[in-house]
Write a new protein. Structure first.
Length: 66
């Protein structure tokens, strides 16, 4: 199983910006982290930079072995 690993790093945000992201994320039913990623992808796309979406994580139980 080769799923792309997420890069973790610290991000310092103005509290007002963070609060706005949390409100937007709640309205979109996403986590704040996922909302930030979506906003970054939209900003990159608006500048003409396309980023391929990584393969989504598999959900549910793994298949039974033989």
């Amino acid at each position: 199983m080769s799923l792309a690993k997420k890069k973790a790093f610290a991000l310092r945000l103005d509290p007002a910006v963070h609060a706005a992201i949390e409100r937007l994320a709640a309205a979109e039913l996403r986590s704040a982290n996922a909302e930030i990623e979506m906003l970054l992808r939209e900003a990159l796309e608006a500048r003409g930079i396309s980023i391929a979406h990584s393969k989504p994580a598999r959900r549910g139980r793994p298949p039974k072995g033989d």
